[in-house]
Design a protein around this ligand. Structure first.
Ligand code: LLP
Length: 421
């Protein structure tokens, strides 16, 4: 469920007509609903009620400081994968003790930033990383709390670019080497083992792969405890999928996910951490664009928008589907025609959708891409020298620009000429 609905024939973000934002901010832009963010965070929080837990929002999904602050104020923790994300979470007022640091290639400098600023735990992904973290922690006179990310060799059955839990993926320490790795961690004086971490992929649409992975984790918990490790936290990662196509079947709900978590690891007496990104932010955001031209090709009808693959790259990168809807509701029963929805960028990959049935639209009309709140703005680039598009946050009947559109001067002014030019 989200808060982007038609009212009186016009798409609203909560109580704000989307066209009003377009008039004030210009197009394209991202627009986030605070009510949806709150609701999705609460769904996870409630799904784990009765067990000690922390819902750590995966900052990579949407790292705008206003979004992070909104979630942080609700009590969310944060899952970060870079010093930049760590500092964004801190800028949003989230205390270090609610921030977990994941990622396969943390640099020593990033470790230092987090150790000095305060951190709940590092999710460590390799023996060399453990040794580096030990060194950095000792050089600062600190102890780094660690969970080891275990690769459970489970098929997440999702798009290959976002599956992370198979043995051939770059992530985590193979389950078969877990005991050895934990023994090493226990020997390193700069580290303190606090738990186990797993994350098997993103946009999972069934519970079975999670259940398989968490079952392996439960078993491992027993083994590691018997080896003398104080396993008190289990970080179960993120990955629960969202319905991108309204017409499609719905992935499991957080409450079902929570029940499965309790069933598989609830008896271990561990504090549970989860790292959802997409499910919290995805359907809490839309991207709004304007039709520049409707062009008839050889045998196709192209809807050329002012948004492009640099603004929302998911269709080009993962063949991802985003529902595209007109901001003014079409008359009931209005005929639909197949359109190729494209942007102005000079490559054929700049295609949002092929043969998408849409009502008749004309230049100047507004359309909205649904499910764009996660992995949308954060993956944008300035390809074709198109400035990053603004982000807007809505709360009830008010809205605020939470990242303005940079001017051309600002974009070009970042470049520097070497002395010889
Ligand atoms: N934790 C870790 C360690 C992760 O690597 C990820 C996502 C998450 C949590 C959050 O997963 P979520 O709940 O959002 O599925 N750009 C891609 C998605 C990449 C996900 C990478 N890792 C996309 O647009 O589909």
């Amino acid at each position: 469920m989200d808060h982007f609905d038609y009212r009186n024939g016009e798409l609203h973000a909560e109580e704000v007509p989307v066209h009003r934002i377009a008039e004030e901010v210009g197009t394209p832009f991202y627009c986030y609903s605070t009510a949806t963010l709150s609701r999705h965070f609460a769904l996870f929080d409630e799904a784990l009620s009765g067990t000690e837990h922390l819902v750590c929002f995966a900052v990579k999904a949407n790292s705008n400081v206003a979004v992070l602050k909104h979630l942080g104020d609700l009590g969310a923790g944060m899952d970060v994968v870079s010093a930049g994300e760590y500092l964004r979470a801190r800028a949003a007022g989230v205390p270090g003790e609610r921030i977990v640091f994941s990622g396969v290639g943390k640099t020593r400098e990033e470790m230092r930033v987090a150790l000095e600023g305060g951190i709940r735990q590092f999710n460590v992904e390799s023996e060399p990383e453990m040794e580096a973290l030990d060194e950095v922690a000792r050089s600062l006179g600190r102890i780094a709390p660690v969970a080891l990310r275990i690769n459970p060799d489970v098929d997440a059955r999702t798009h290959e670019k976002i599956a992370t839990g198979k043995a051939e993926n770059k992530f985590g320490i193979p389950l078969a080497r877990a005991r050895e790795a934990y023994a090493l961690a226990a020997r390193l004086p700069g580290l303190e083992v606090v738990g186990i971490d797993v994350h098997i992929g993103s946009q999972l649409t069934e519970l079975a792969p999670f259940e398989q992975a968490y079952g392996k984790l439960a078993e491992l918990t027993g083994v590691l405890r018997a080896d003398g490790h104080d396993i008190r936290r289990l970080d179960l990662g993120g990955g629960l999928g969202i319905p991108y196509e309204r017409s499609n079947s719905v992935p499991p709900l957080p409450v079902e996910y929570g029940a499965m978590v309790k069933r598989t690891v609830g008896h271990l007496g561990c504090e549970i951490e989860i790292e959802p990104g997409r499910l919290i932010a995805g359907n809490a955001g839309i991207m709004v664009a304007r039709v520049i031209y409707v062009k008839r090709g050889g045998n196709r009808r192209f809807l050329i928008l002012d948004a492009a693959m640099n603004d929302l790259v998911r269709p080009a990168l993962y063949e991802a589907h985003h529902d595209i809807i007109p901001v003014v509701a079409p008359a009931p029963g209005a005929p639909r025609h197949e359109h190729d929805v494209v942007g102005p960028v000079c490559e054929t990959g700049d295609t949002f959708a092929r043969a998408r049935p849409l009502p008749a639209l004309v230049a100047g009309d507004l359309v909205a891409f649904r499910s764009a709140g996660a992995y949308g703005a954060v993956m944008a680039s300035e390809y074709n020298s198109r400035p990053l598009i603004p982000e807007v946050m809505v709360r009830g009947d008010e809205f605020a620009v939470i990242r303005p559109r940079p001017g051309y001067d600002e974009m070009i002014g970042r470049d520097r000429l070497p002395a010889w030019l």
